[in-house]
Design a protein around this ligand. Structure first.
Ligand code: AP5
Length: 249
């Protein structure tokens, strides 16, 4: 694991349906490679919590389990990508979520992020795109069982990763929260939005030979180990890595 927190990692995109474990695996990548997690869901929930203009526009849409319009998302992603901690790379979790968002991201990375970077463009890695696949019934258990700590952000699951004391965080003892969109009626809307609007994103990256499909019906450690292998091989292949990625799945 030498140099994992010093070398350029580039963009890592984690795709998958609601509850697939995108946030869980994004945090593992953050811990290993020292690059930031950019979760559009977290950014939106933060705006909702602070009552910003964006938050007020997004709140009702998210409560229904629908996707927030692309134009609202572009603003928050683009300003986050320009922050200094994204220089070596970043993990995108929950973005892109429509084919239009994927095209926008490609254009933004190419024109604005790479061109303005002080590093030589050839040293940057092309995006690594990981799609997590999970059985439908498992997704429901992951979503209905999810709890999170409002203080430290740690994730739990009452079925798979329960806290030591019911409903309390192991780290700081805070009362755990259930996300408001983890109700069954909203979950079915979120899964429907994934089927109709987000699945084409995987097709987009498959056509570019960038997609790596990962069986996420396994333990968190097994999934993380496979993802780390993909990222590490990608680093070794940087420069001509995109075409070689598919054989890693
Ligand atoms: P967002 O916050 O992105 O939610 P999501 O995509 O529905 O994904 P989740 O956060 O629910 O699941 P996850 O895959 O991260 O799973 P997690 O790791 O938490 O989006 C919310 C809303 O915001 C959207 O509905 C939309 O309205 C809006 N939005 C966001 N981005 C947008 C965009 N780009 N464009 C438009 N609108 C946007 O894990 C889930 C549970 O499973 C946890 O309890 C965890 O502990 C457990 N778990 C994880 N892995 C495993 C495992 N291997 N085994 C057992 N349990 C596991």
């Amino acid at each position: 694991m030498a140099n994992e927190t010093a070398r350029n990692i580039g963009p890592v995109i984690v795709l998958g349906p609601p509850g697939a474990g995108k946030g869980t695996q994004a945090k593992r990548i953050v811990d290993r490679y020292g690059i930031p997690q950019i979760s559009t869901g977290d950014l939106l929930r933060d705006n909702v919590g602070r009552g910003t203009k964006l938050g007020l526009e997004a709140k009702a849409i998210m409560a229904r389990g629908e996707l927030v319009p692309d134009e609202l998302i572009y603003g928050i992603v683009s300003s986050r990508l320009r922050e200094a901690d994204c220089q070596r790379g970043f993990v995108l979790d929950g973005f892109p979520r429509t084919a239009a968002q994927a095209r926008w991201l490609d254009a933004t990375l190419e024109k604005e992020i790479f061109d303005k970077s002080q590093s030589d463009k050839s040293e940057k890695c092309p995006p690594i795109v990981i799609q997590l696949l999970v059985d439908y019934n498992q997704l429901l258990l992951r979503l209905t069982g999810r709890r999170s700590c409002p203080t430290c952000g740690r994730l739990y699951n009452i079925h798979f990763q329960p806290p030591l004391v019911d409903e309390l965080c192991d780290v700081d003892g805070s009362k755990l929260l259930t996300r408001s969109d983890d109700r069954e009626d909203v979950i079915s809307e979120r899964l429907a939005a994934y089927e109709s609007q987000t699945k084409p994103v995987a097709d987009y990256y498959r056509a570019q030979r960038r997609l790596v499909v990962v069986n996420a019906d396994r333990t968190m450690d097994e999934i993380a180990a496979q993802i780390f292998g993909v990222i590490d091989r990608h680093g070794q292949d940087a420069g001509g890595g995109a075409a070689k990625l598919e054989s890693a799945s």
